[in-house]
Design a protein around this ligand. Structure first.
Ligand code: AP5
Length: 207
């Protein structure tokens, strides 16, 4: 958990490789549906570009189907889900049905200044979803993905006015989940302002 730009995707990717579990990012899954031009993608596109949340019912169904796939049996890291109390309740029920449980909920605390700097500098690969930052995590060749050679782009929802809307939506709809998970004893709070390596060291101390 954490606001836009907190580093959820960056650290989820590192940890999924370290622990050999799948990284399930609802933002990436939704963007793949938008790219495919299917019904879910058509419904999600305009909502995402405005920085609002895709309706719970659509996201819950998408995650339910993804969690039922074979590669999720060995474990998974959820990134960007749940994002509302309704999604958290639905996840609880899904995990009960699958006889699985969450090990931890990681909450990345980050300042607004850092968020704005990270998102204005973020560049992503439209082909393989690799994630860069023009200063903090630059590709080897400017503007080109290290992994697949595709030209990097800026996400449409990383425009400053949309980032401010995403931050507002986070405070209103997602921040209340912190209490939800605090009560369950699963919450671990991290300093998301830290650079990638020191934050990974903090994460290592949790396990
Ligand atoms: P999503 O793609 O999930 O966006 P988000 O939550 O706003 O998060 P971001 O991807 O912007 O940030 P992040 O925390 O992953 O940071 P990152 O690691 O990339 O969702 C997009 C949209 O989809 C939503 O607005 C909504 O419309 C919809 N959606 C998704 N899930 C939904 C749900 N459950 N319900 C309803 N709607 C949903 O890092 C950012 C940048 O900083 C990168 O450039 C990175 O290289 C750099 N960086 C990261 N960490 C560090 C660090 N420690 N030090 C220096 N640089 C760093």
């Amino acid at each position: 958990m954490g606001p836009p730009g907190a580093g959820k995707g960056t650290h989820a990717k590192i940890m999924s490789e370290r622990y050999g579990v799948v990284h399930l990012a609802t933002g990436d899954l939704l963007r793949a549906n938008v790219k495919a031009g299917n019904e879910l993608g058509r419904q999600a596109k305009a909502i995402m570009e405005k920085g609002e949340l895709v309706p719970d019912v659509l996201v819950i169904q998408m995650i339910r189907e993804r969690l039922a796939e074979k590669d999720a049996k060995a474990g998974f890291i959820l990134d960007g889900f749940p994002r509302t109390v309704a999604q958290a309740e639905a996840l609880k029920k899904m995990l009960q049905d699958l006889q699985l449980k969450l090990d931890a909920v990681l909450d990345f605390k980050v300042s607004e200044k850092v968020v704005l700097d990270r998102l204005s500098g973020r560049r992503v690969c439209p082909e393989c979803n690799a994630n860069y930052h023009i200063r903090n995590i630059p590709p080897q060749k400017e503007g080109i993905c290290d992994q697949c050679g595709t030209r990097l782009i800026q996400r449409k929802d990383d425009k400053p006015e949309t980032v401010l809307e995403r931050l507002k939506v986070y405070e209103a709809k997602t921040a209340p989940l912190i209490d939800f998970y605090k009560k369950s004893g699963l919450l671990r709070t991290l300093n998301g302002d830290l650079d990638v390596e020191p934050l990974q060291a903090e994460l290592g101390q949790l396990s």
